[in-house]
Ligand binder design. Structure first.
Ligand SMILES: NC(=O)c1ccc[n+]([C@@H]2O[C@H](COP(=O)([O-])OP(=O)(O)OC[C@H]3O[C@@H](n4cnc5c(N)ncnc54)[C@H](OP(=O)(O)O)[C@@H]3O)[C@@H](O)[C@H]2O)c1
Length: 273
């Protein structure tokens, strides 16, 4: 009876994780969401399986995550097999701007950096610390964080991907946190890894609506850079495909077969598109 906790369960990839994982025979699937009632309603309308539960949690609020871990323990009986740390933000303010584009308003830049770190890095570290006692009692012992190809140093350097600095930095820090946890917990057989979902059609990404001329120019350049990096790339994939690919890797990955502490794509390697 594998148990899963998926954050960011209200929509996008998180909701798709709930849908696919709840089809696993005997699975207990728990979604963490800021709006518990709305997510429960969506789950019952669009998934309709009794093995999906929803707990409340806000990644910037330590106490709410602590309560979410307690609520999870009540559902599972005190253990957890998989923590899928999917919830996060790509700041709309900086998603299509370079760090130098953001120089005009240093206060707003600082705010944007801090918000990105609070949710994508610090919130995740609290989440890992609070759920580790449950994971230690689980069978699978896997903690997987959703990162982004934006946080791949070589991709940025070699192909000149210069937008979304605050998002990139916060996900890079998350990847390094994963490496630190791996170093500490590998001998207990606990897998920590980061995975990028690819470019996926969700509400959080790639909507050019309302962008300035400069942002559209930056977006156009990224399109060209992606084409240079991966000539086969045809555009964003569906949440269904992305989650299916990631689950294949997550199911196979273990500390012993070398995935511990790694940062890989939806293909399980460093091919980001
Ligand atoms: N889609 C892509 O192309 C892509 C590419 C690379 C990486 N990723 C990563 O994949 C993950 C999922 O992305 P997505 O595209 O599915 O994003 P999304 O559609 O924007 O959904 C984000 C989820 O995170 C939750 N969330 C945001 N801030 C939160 C907070 N402070 N506390 C608790 N929950 C919070 C949202 O909840 P609310 O509904 O309450 O806002 C929502 O459920 C993210 O970590 C993202 O960075 C996505």
């Amino acid at each position: 009876m594998p148990s899963y906790l998926v954050t960011g369960a209200s929509r996008g990839l998180g909701f798709e994780f709930l849908r696919q994982l709840s089809a696993v025979p005997g699975a207990v699937v728990i979604g963490l969401a800021r709006d518990k009632a709305a997510t429960e309603k969506k789950v019952s309308a669009e998934i309709g399986r009794p093995n999906v539960h929803v707990v409340h949690g806000e990644l910037t609020d330590y106490e709410s995550l602590k309560k979410a871990a307690e609520d999870t323990a009540k559902i599972t009986g005190g253990s957890l097999d998989y923590l899928i740390a999917n919830g996060g933000i790509v700041s709309r303010y900086s998603a299509f701007k370079t760090l130098y584009d953001l120089a005009d308003d240093p206060k707003a830049l600082e705010e944007d950096l801090l918000t990105s770190y609070k949710i994508n890095t610090i919130g995740q570290i609290h989440l890992f610390n609070l759920f580790l006692p449950l994971i230690k009692k689980g069978e699978a012992k896997k903690i997987v964080a959703l990162s982004s190809g934006h946080a791949d140093y070589d991709l940025i350097r070699d192909f000149g991907i210069v937008i979304a600095g605050p998002y990139t930095l916060s996900k890079t820090a998350l990847n390094f946190a994963i490496a630190k946890y791996h170093g500490e917990f590998k001998n207990e057989g606990i897998l920590f890894m980061s995975i990028s979902p690819g470019v996926v059609e969700t509400s959080g990404h790639n909507d050019p609506e309302g962008l300035s001329e400069r942002e559209l120019e930056n977006l156009g350049k990224v399109g060209q850079q992606f084409a240079n990096y991966a000539p086969h790339f045809k555009g964003a994939i569906t949440p269904e495909e992305s989650v299916r690919l990631m689950l294949d890797i997550i199911n196979r990955a273990t500390v012993e077969n070398g995935y511990g502490g790694t940062f890989v794509s939806q293909f399980g390697n460093k091919q980001w598109l």
